[in-house]
Write a protein that binds this ligand. Structure first.
Ligand code: BTN
Length: 327
């Protein structure tokens, strides 16, 4: 680790408290002048570091630069995030993660970008990913689980992301089946999982879990249609979370839930946040769309809909939305 990386890690570990130049120099095993030079270099790269003559240095609460060292300093995981590949800009972190996973990249490797030029959503949609505002992260996993359990990965990731967002902003997050996170009735996060099966289609080779969260204000960045249904943590709560802390917390919770995925323990946390349950919805079933009441989430994370005749349908993919009352 070079002096800059070690400095980021030490400042991040100090949780916003000041640490003197002398203490930093001793901890990093370099001169005070080398510390000062590293601080200046980091500031030039966009890190927000505060310095006060009598107190020393601290990472500003408003720091908005993503860094692998900062994220690692907050990780409690064994394997997720232990290798972080960071880009200022990339087409799609999912594409990059799939490429390197196909070439053998290890379980737990994470690809993160400050901006995506072709962020992908589900069903061929795009995911608008402007610089400096979001978490755009793809996690490569090679879990030893059955093909049936592989279908639960996205739902477990939704719980992990919801818990992480709740921790950084202090407000309850809803999960709209199957994988969107909602805050104040607006979408703030989407998840796109892309899996590769083994040759005999009996086991999962790897999966890439792509998580996109609108963190800082997106005002003026979305078109009118998107602004009417999507927002960001900052725009909805006024809280400006550090994206590094959020990335680390997602990885901490994701590793926790994936480790027990076959026991389906995460479903309890999913169900208590599910947004559609108890409401009148429209859903796509095959090529047709149906209207019914969302009555819950079954043990395979499928959405259960009660049709007008009383029949219960279990949806395992597709999309469901609230029925809007026409004014
Ligand atoms: C959706 O809302 O339909 C899913 C959006 C998923 C977006 C994330 S951002 C990181 C990763 N890279 C992508 O291109 N997509 C996912």
């Amino acid at each position: 680790m070079n002096v800059k990386e070690a400095l980021i890690k030490t400042l991040a570990e100090n949780n916003g408290e000041y640490i003197s130049g002398a203490a930093l120099a001793e901890q990093l095993g370099v001169s005070r002048n080398a510390v000062w030079k590293a601080v200046k270099a980091l500031e030039a790269e966009g890190y927000a570091i505060e310095s006060v003559t009598s107190k020393g240095y601290r990472m500003s609460a408003d720091n908005n630069r993503i860094s692998a060292g900062f994220i690692s300093s907050k990780l409690e995981t064994e394997s997720l995030g232990r290798n972080i590949i960071l880009f200022d800009e990339i087409d799609s972190t999912n594409n990059e993660a799939k490429k390197i996973a196909a070439a053998g990249e290890a379980h737990g490797t994470v690809v993160i970008a400050d901006r995506q030029t072709m962020g992908k959503g589900r069903m061929g949609r795009s995911f608008v990913s402007p610089a400096g505002t979001g978490v755009y992260m793809s996690v490569i996993i090679r879990p030893d689980i059955s093909v049936e359990s592989a279908g639960l990965i996205t739902s477990a990731a939704a719980v992990a992301a919801a818990e992480a967002v709740e921790k950084v902003c202090g407000q309850k997050i809803m999960i709209k089946w199957v994988n969107d996170l909602y805050l104040n009735d607006k979408k703030i996060c989407g998840i796109l999982t892309e899996a590769s099966m083994g040759l005999e289609m009996k086991a999962l080779d790897y999966a890439v879990i792509g998580i996109g969260i609108n963190v800082r204000s997106v005002r003026g960045m979305f078109d009118e249609e998107l602004s009417s249904r999507a927002s960001s943590i900052e725009d909805e709560t006024g809280v400006r979370p550090d994206r590094n802390v959020l990335c680390a917390e997602i990885l901490n919770r994701l590793e926790f839930w994936l480790s027990s995925i076959e026991r389906r323990d995460f479903l309890h946390e999913y169900r208590r946040r599910e947004y559609l349950t108890g409401k009148l919805i429209t859903a796509n079933v095959g090529n047709s769309s149906v209207v019914g009441s969302a009555v819950g989430i079954d043990n395979n994370a499928n959405l259960m809909i009660e049709l007008p005749g009383g029949e219960i349908k279990h949806l395992n993919s597709g999309e469901a939305n609230l029925c809007r009352v026409k004014k």
